[in-house]
Design a protein around this ligand. Structure first.
Ligand SMILES: *Cc1c(COP(=O)(O)O)cnc(C)c1O
Length: 469
């Protein structure tokens, strides 16, 4: 029989034969029979579809097994992976905001199994999951009471729903903010069942604007911290203490959504001061809400601190049950809050504060060490130089402040036509590394801001896998 008369399909092994093939026994051990069977079927279907007489070799057991291995490998790669955040935005929402310290990771591991989440070990009875966090929050903020939910958006929703359902909430027009990801104060108000009573104007709101709009239907006066923007120039807003006093004269609570909030005085670390829950409570706020994973530097969470009677009501709201924190998050948050009890060592122990206050000289020294390594790997396609840049804090914290930093600027050797495409290729190659490196493109260069590069060895070790085809 001549070669041309062979039906190449005859040579394709059966699924059963492939499952018995020695070349797939390791795959069976690693992934199990159902996954390997599915992958074999997928590959055999593709082989049948693409088969041409001239590449009959592709139907060999070993060639098919190699393709099956590749399919299985792609399917078993975790979706959520570690990345290097070299974007220059320290608290990057898309990259998981605050990186957690080892103390928090250790606590999460401990809590992962059975733990005393809602179990009082002294009395041998049912306990309360807030009990792990409330004493620390009382100590750190001076609040009478505290409770915690999944994020600050949930905290705001829960507070409004508990204290102002079917009633009015007085808010300045300058504070009707959108945080991103569809968190808008007016929408949250209506979802919480409250009516928004806007007062004042975008740039100027006076105490009298609030006073004129507080009435029988008012449930609370709310202030929303302008976290991701700033209103400058001809502006005015009443002192918070005066606003709190006005609310109290009218027998309604004053609620302050701080957004980020800081449990330490950031000016102690050379950073701009960010309002602290303790300060706004001292100014008369009855309830303060803030995030766990912004400047606090912890896991995603929403912290609610303030008056004990109001916190008790908030705890009783059935919505609280739908927003409660998981044990692993509680463990991480408890560990983070403990770090705040020792502010002197905070910058050394808490990555968020450490990275935000990282001296530019240290970042420059790091840049000087790794620039030649990156330059060598990219020598055929790009130049690499150290440039001064500015990092931002991110997550809507301290929006106008920028921190001096240093970046590697990667620019294609080829200038002009096609330059942008090469920048894109390089950017994609960094993103395709086992631990993807995420930078930012600016002025036809890929910038890798080194402020947040901590594991220098892991960064350089994988550079030889950069594939620039
Ligand atoms: C970020 C922010 C929120 C939302 O907090 P998350 O923890 O991201 O849910 C709410 N209010 C303000 C003022 C914020 O800045």
């Amino acid at each position: 029989m001549s070669q041309g008369n062979v039906n190449p399909r005859v040579a394709i092994p059966s699924v059963d034969r492939m499952l018995r093939a020695p070349a797939l026994s390791a795959a069976l051990d690693a992934h199990g029979r159902p996954a390997v069977t599915d992958a074999v079927r997928t590959v055999l279907a593709a082989v049948r579809r693409d088969l041409k007489p001239e590449n009959a070799a592709e139907t060999s057991e070993s060639a098919i097994a190699a393709r099956v291995d590749a399919v299985l490998e792609a399917l078993s790669r975790p979706s959520l992976v570690r990345v290097f955040n070299l974007t220059g935005t320290v608290l990057h929402t898309n990259l998981g905001r605050a990186p957690l310290p080892s103390a928090a990771i250790e606590a999460m591991i401990q809590a992962a199994g059975a733990c005393n989440l809602e179990y009082d070990l002294d009395r041998g009875k049912r306990g309360d999951r807030d009990s792990h966090l409330e004493p620390l929050l009382q100590r750190l903020t001076g609040a009478e009471a505290a409770t915690v939910v999944n994020n600050n958006a949930a905290a705001v929703l829960l507070v409004l729903n508990t204290l102002a359902r079917d009633k009015e909430v007085v808010v300045s027009r300058g504070e009707l903010i959108e945080i991103g990801g569809a968190f808008r104060i007016p929408d949250i108000m209506s979802r919480a069942g409250c009516t928004l009573r806007e007062v004042g104007t975008t740039n100027r709101t006076h105490l009298s604007d609030y006073a004129d709009n507080i009435g029988e239907d008012t449930a609370l006066v709310m202030k929303v911290h302008a976290s991701n923007y700033s209103i400058e120039g001809f502006t005015t807003a009443p002192e918070e203490a005066a606003l709190a006093a006005l609310a109290h004269e009218n027998n309604v609570p004053f609620v302050n959504d701080l957004g980020s909030g800081a449990l330490a005085d950031l000016s102690d670390y050379g950073l701009p001061h960010e309002p602290m829950p303790a300060e706004v409570l001292a100014d008369g706020a009855d309830i303060v809400t803030f995030s766990g994973d912004k400047l606090l530097g912890g896991p995603q969470a929403g912290l609610i601190v303030g008056r004990a009677d109001l916190i008790a009501k908030i705890r009783k709201n059935p919505m609280k049950r739908a927003m409660r924190l998981d044990k692993v998050t509680i463990a991480a948050l408890e560990a983070i809050l403990r770090l705040y009890t020792d502010p002197e060592r905070l910058a050394a122990r808490l990555p968020t504060i450490g990275l935000l206050s990282r001296p530019v000289a240290e970042i420059n020294a790091l840049a000087a060490r790794i620039c030649p390594v990156v330059a060598c790997v990219l020598s055929e396609v790009a130049t690499v130089e150290i440039v001064a840049c500015r990092s931002q804090i991110g997550s809507g914290s301290l929006p106008v402040d920028r921190l001096d930093s240093a970046a590697l600027a990667i620019r294609p050797l080829k200038q002009g036509r096609g330059e942008g495409r090469i920048v894109t290729q390089i950017t994609e190659a960094f993103r395709a590394l086992p631990a993807p490196v995420i930078g930012r493109v600016q002025d036809r260069a890929l910038l890798l801001d080194l402020r947040c590069l901590e594991d220098e060895a892991a960064f350089t070790a994988q550079l030889n896998q950069l594939s620039l085809s």
